[in-house]
Design a protein. Structure first.
Length: 276
């Protein structure tokens, strides 16, 4: 009889943590590796995901398709065991929290988004990470701490990867919308030394653009996504990040959605975990 090796149950825990700047509770879910309860002497790397609602289950996901994180782990036993932490976004506040700099909507003077990215980053690093490290058997050091995000979640991953490069050693940046505040980001990244050992997986498709983007920018949005990802790759190289620690994946025909990101998650996790 053939036994399906990917048929097993992964334990998931749900926590509610208080966000200091809103005083609201935020759902944070933790997907534990296989045999976590049995292997009590083993500690694990941690991968933090933004947009937690889209990470685990398609029925909850904004697009109706999730990142397929659970099947990715089950079907790819060669990827090292890890703890996955999915931090929910704040719905309507998402556009503010995932951007460290303000940006404006086309043709609507005076209305700005963004600017709360620093506060959100502090919540993740000063509230969520210490809680996870205390509650679970983690490897809390930089080399074993990864962060993954897409679209605006990619923006905040890039930003946090710079601010907290002494604590976050691995980044998965998918379809970043960094073009929204490109000049501010450029000034920021060019002003500081980068960590040559930080591992960064950058992904972008050639058909990136959604309806929201069209209200934020005139011109060729698909090109803006490509330019922004290429620019980030160049900036990391110029800043001294070792070439072997960088991957840039450009996928022809790929759209701006979870389906595309899910397809590349195994490659991302495989690359980030190479030194684990």
């Amino acid at each position: 009889m053939l036994v399906n090796k990917s048929y097993f149950y992964l334990d998931m825990k749900t926590h509610e943590l208080q966000v200091p700047y809103t005083h609201q509770m935020r759902r944070v879910r933790v997907l534990l590796p296989k045999n976590y309860e049995e292997d009590t002497d083993i500690s694990y790397p941690v991968v933090y995901f933004h947009d937690g609602q889209n990470v685990l289950y398609s029925k909850e996901s904004f697009s109706g398709h999730s990142w397929k994180t659970i099947p990715t782990i089950k079907r790819n036993p060669d990827i090292p065991k890890m703890i996955i932490v999915a931090i929910d976004n704040d719905g309507l506040e998402r556009m503010h929290e995932y951007a460290a700099w303000k940006y404006s909507e086309m043709g609507i003077p005076g209305i700005q988004f963004g600017g709360k990215g620093t506060l959100y980053a502090e919540f993740v690093m000063d509230v969520v990470k210490p809680f996870i490290d205390k509650e679970y058997r983690t490897k809390p050091d930089k080399a074993h701490t990864a962060m993954v995000g897409s679209s605006l979640g990619g923006n905040i991953t890039q930003f946090m990867g710079l601010v907290y490069q002494d604590q976050i050693g691995c980044l998965g940046v998918f379809s970043s919308a960094n073009w929204l505040h490109q000049e501010a980001f450029n000034r920021y990244i060019e002003r500081q030394p980068l960590d040559p050992d930080q591992r960064v997986y950058i992904y972008v498709g050639t058909e990136e653009a959604d309806d929201t983007d069209k209200t934020l920018m005139a011109g060729n949005i698909k090109q803006a996504y490509l330019d922004s990802s290429l620019s980030y790759y160049r900036q990391l190289i110029a800043g001294g990040v070792a070439l072997e620690n960088l991957t840039l994946e450009i996928t022809s025909g790929a759209l701006h959605n979870e389906e595309a990101w899910a397809a590349h998650l195994p490659a991302c996790l495989r690359f980030l975990s190479e030194k684990w």
